[in-house]
Design a binder for this molecule. Structure first.
Ligand SMILES: C[S@@+](CC[C@H](N)C(=O)[O-])C[C@H]1O[C@@H](n2cnc3c(N)ncnc32)[C@H](O)[C@@H]1O
Length: 353
């Protein structure tokens, strides 16, 4: 008899469920994520000033969600290479549903729940691929916008820890998927993620490097059909809990420098695609300076770059995500009551010639 017990505690209620099947044992514990996390006051004050003005009433909900990590939701992205049929069935039994409608025809499966359910992450086991990866479901939007097809040559310019690279491989088998990460420690983390989820049979598709993404426009000009630039950004969720006030002051100084780095990376990404190629730019911050303004600057300085519509994508996910209607040059997912996904900004650009 195979035994798999999975206890899921709905943090918003006292409901607890245990399920039996499969060979592995997953056990979650009642957890109060972030209960001991300390809010960094200078960061919160900065958000109140900037996001209050930028988002109006929407900031009230986003602020409340971001300040209460207990309410944060996680998506469970299945690993198609580990045939996780049993996990899929357990999730459905527990009231999870697939974020991607059947009609989408996508092989990417990410299960979400209406309530903030804590699902444990899987431990590495030698010789076994992990069956699922936990992520903020809004992180899938950049991958869906990139729309990778079989055989595409794809560059994931800022790739660690590798969640979006995995999502690309769940959607299709590219001809090449080049995952790059500048930071040495995070590069190691990326390699481990890929080893834990991707079978050896795909080793000739995958390439991993440890370079500054700003170099790719020169060293690999025109080498790719599609580039994902999931840019280094303020990362609102983590910086809000960066602890001591002096960390906040440091962050505010670093934050001011990010748009220049993001524009350099975006120019490099655009140089790395063939004419007709596509670049998706994404961040996990609400900051207008790091989102719309970066894209606006590129569009006004590069006449061969055209902004692509993402209306269909927004429509398909309108049930799950709250989009800010006033964000130009892309989609902005704003955390909301009961839809705590985001922040996530996505913009899609085409190189005409
Ligand atoms: C938002 S994270 C990427 C998350 C990743 N795409 C995922 O889905 O798991 C941005 C990454 O960019 C890396 N980075 C920062 N500056 C870079 C640069 N100049 N070139 C390449 N990567 C860089 C950071 O170390 C960080 O790991």
């Amino acid at each position: 008899v195979h035994v798999l017990s999975w206890c899921i505690y709905l943090l918003s209620s006292t409901m607890c469920c245990t399920m039996v099947s499969g060979e592995t044992t997953f056990r979650s514990t009642v957890r109060a994520p972030g209960a001991r996390k300390q809010v960094c006051v200078p960061v919160l004050e900065h958000f109140d000033t900037h996001y209050g003005e930028q988002l109006g009433q929407r900031w009230t909900a986003a602020r409340e969600v971001l300040l209460h990590p207990r309410s944060w939701q996680h998506g469970v992205m299945l690993n198609r290479f580990a045939a996780p049929q049993d996990v899929r069935e357990q999730l459905l039994l527990q009231g999870f549903s697939n974020l991607l409608p059947r009609s989408s025809g996508s092989s990417l499966q990410c299960f979400v729940h209406r309530s903030p359910v804590h699902v444990p992450s899987q431990r590495h086991q030698a010789g076994q691929l992990k069956q699922y990866y936990l992520l903020n479901a809004a992180s899938l939007l950049p991958v869906l916008a990139l729309d990778v097809r079989e055989g595409d040559r794809v560059l994931d310019l800022c790739s660690a820890p590798g969640g979006k690279a995995l999502a690309i491989l769940q959607s299709a088998t590219p001809g090449v998927l080049h995952c790059n990460e500048l930071d040495a420690h995070r590069h190691e983390w990326l390699v481990k993620t890929l080893e834990s989820f991707v079978p050896q049979t795909l080793s000739d598709v995958l390439k991993v490097s440890n370079l500054d993404g700003r170099l790719f426009g020169k060293i690999e000009a025109g080498a790719y059909d599609k580039v994902l630039l999931d840019a280094p950004c303020s990362n609102d969720r983590s910086w809000l809990f960066s602890g001591r006030p002096q960390h906040g002051a440091l962050w505010l100084r670093e934050r001011a420098k990010l748009p220049e780095l993001q524009k350099d990376l975006l120019r490099s990404a655009l140089e790395a695609v063939v004419p007709g190629g596509l670049v998706v730019y994404s961040t996990c911050t609400l900051s207008r300076a790091e989102n719309s303004e970066v894209v606006q600057d590129i569009l006004s300085s590069c006449p061969n770059i055209e902004l692509q519509e993402l209306n269909e994508l927004a429509l398909s996910f309108a049930h799950h995500f709250t989009f800010d209607p006033n964000t130009p040059f892309g989609l902005l997912v704003v955390p909301d009551y009961g839809r705590t996904w985001g922040p996530m900004f996505v913009s899609k650009l085409k190189k005409l010639c």
